[in-house]
Structure formats: C-alpha cells, structure tokens
Design a binder for this molecule. Structure first.
Ligand SMILES: Nc1ncnc2c1ncn2[C@@H]1O[C@H](COP(=O)(O)OS(=O)(=O)O)[C@@H](OP(=O)(O)O)[C@H]1O
Length: 276
C-alpha cells in the first residue's frame, strides 16, 4: 500500500479544534475530509480532535481503522467496547486477538449493575429484546455508551459505519455531531464491503471467525443470522425478519431512545401496581 501522505501541515483548522463546532465549521471540515483517504482522515483526527476515542464492536470496518491507526501513530485513540453480554464467543475471542496484536487499551462497559447475563435477566427479565426492543437497546448499548463517554471524557468517537451499508447510513458524512454534541468520525464512510474485506486480507488483520461461516455483520447472538453476498446483504443478517430495524440504538437520537425506554419502564411499574 502507498504510505499515507503527511497532511497534518496542510490543514488550516485550529489544533486542537475548538469545541463545540458550529454548523459552518462542521461543513468546512467535511468538505476538507471528503476527498481524503481513510488514513489521511484518521491522521487529521488524531492531530486535531481532543478527547478522541474509537468505539468498536470489532466489525470489519472498525478493524481496518484499528490497523491503519497502528501504522500512522504511536498513540492510537483508546478503544471502547460495549459488552452487551450477548455477544458470540467468537467476538470475545476476537477482542483478545486484537488486544494481543495491537497492544491497544480496550475499555469495556457493560449494562448498568450487570456483570453476567444472569444479572441482566434478574433485573430486566428474560428475552427483553423480544418484549421491548427500545428498552433492550437502551440497557445494553445506549446507556453503557453514554456512561463511558461521560466517565472517560470522550468528546469524539471513530465509528465503523459506512454509507454503502445503506438505510440510515446511506448519506453518511465523514464527521457528524449527534444530538448530545458528541463528534462521530466515520473515516471509512466511502468504502464498500469488498474494499474493507480486501484490506483485512491484504494486511493480515484478525477478524471474527464467524465470517468464515457465512455471517457478514455480527451483533448479538440472539438476533444475528448468516446473510447473502453483496453490499445489499451485508447487514441483512442483523435483526432478520424485522424489516424496519436497521440500527442497534447507538447511532440513533439518544433522547428519543431514552424517552422510549423510560416510557416502557413507567408502563411496567403501572402494570405491576394495578395488577389484581
Ligand atoms: N458493542 C459496541 N461497542 C462499541 N461500539 C459499537 C458497538 N456496536 C456498534 N458499535 C459502533 O457502531 C459501528 C457500527 O456497528 P454495526 O454496523 O455492527 O451496527 S450497530 O451499531 O450494531 O447497529 C461499529 O463499527 P465497528 O468498529 O466496525 O464494529 C462501532 O463503531
């Protein structure tokens, strides 16, 4: 591969960026980042963005970013892994492989007050993903992620989302600001599945063993199935059979999912109180 160009000196943005960013500044940054290759975007982000972390479920795209970062900086952004407690054993194996190969710190956050599935089910009941999707997504991913961002002083995260994954991601920009003010850098926003797969093979990057068994995007074991060829099918194995569901909650409006989860909690309490 061609080594990434050293673009650090060509940027006219303040170092570090002054946060929060105005919409005008965000637009200017996106115009600057859009034509860059991922290594250049990552290098720019490491140089300019304070409080930068990488949030990863060790999907192929995030793994590409981890590998690129290991080649462009000696102090890559620390990794945050939200352990829903329902990941496949192969995913937990991969976390170990990545730690061993790259030596990068991985901070793990779990659902509040829960260390094990048994803890979670005592608190929320069995199969919460079937009875209330929003409450499940909020408890296993959204709340732990917010806790991580607050406790670790996270101002920005690198994500593994790409526009070619379609649905809500079809118009993905290199840099976004979410409803809480968190910056999200999507360095591989313009890559397709085949390019990501090619990079992983070419660079000997560790990957989830489930990918050799026909899985293409891996989430929780209870809601992930094998999926077909081509970009259209990449995330088709996530929440299979639920046509409207395309996100796990981490990348939707925080306040909306929080409100939905709290509403369900209130209804449950009311139901218990009025039960005969
Ligand atoms: N559990 C967990 N912990 C930390 N970060 C996570 C998690 N789940 C999703 N993500 C972040 O979202 C990126 C896209 O993930 P997915 O395509 O799997 O979709 S989804 O978020 O689960 O809906 C994903 O990209 P990857 O780094 O490629 O995994 C991460 O940036």
């Amino acid at each position: 591969m061609t080594p990434p160009i050293d673009i650090a000196g060509t940027s006219t943005f303040s170092k570090p960026l002054q946060l929060p960013l105005s919409q005008e500044e965000l637009d200017r940054i996106n115009n600057y980042l859009r034509p860059l290759v991922p290594e250049e975007s990552l290098r720019w982000a490491v140089d300019h963005i304070p409080g930068l972390f990488q949030t990863t479920a060790f999907g192929l795209t995030g793994l590409v970013a981890i590998d690129m970062l290991s080649k462009i900086t000696t102090s890559p952004p620390p990794l945050i892994f939200i352990d829903t407690l329902y990941h496949f054993p192969e995913t937990y194996e991969l976390v170990k492989d990545v730690k061993k190969k790259y030596g990068v710190p991985v901070t793990v956050y779990k659902p509040q007050g829960c260390n094990t599935v048994q803890d979670f089910e005592r608190k929320h009941g069995e199969k919460l993903w079937e009875t209330d999707e929003d409450a499940y997504d909020f408890s296993v991913k959204v709340e732990p992620a917010r806790r991580a961002y607050e406790e670790l002083g996270v101002k920005a995260v690198i994500t593994g989302r790409r526009a070619s994954q379609g649905a809500d991601r079809a118009n993905l920009q290199p840099l976004e600001i979410d409803s809480t003010g968190l910056l999200k850098l999507n360095p591989l926003f313009a890559w397709n599945y085949h390019l990501v797969e090619w990079y992983i093979k070419e660079n000997g990057v560790p990957r989830n063993k489930l990918l050799d068994q026909g899985y293409r995007s891996v989430g929780d074991w209870h809601s992930t199935v094998k999926s077909g060829e081509g970009d259209a099918g990449e995330r088709a194995g996530r929440w299979a059979g639920k046509v409207e569901k395309t996100e796990c909650g981490l990348h939707v409006d925080y306040f909306k999912i929080k409100a939905a989860a709290e509403k369900k909690e209130r209804e449950d309490v009311q139901h218990i109180q009025t039960a005969p």
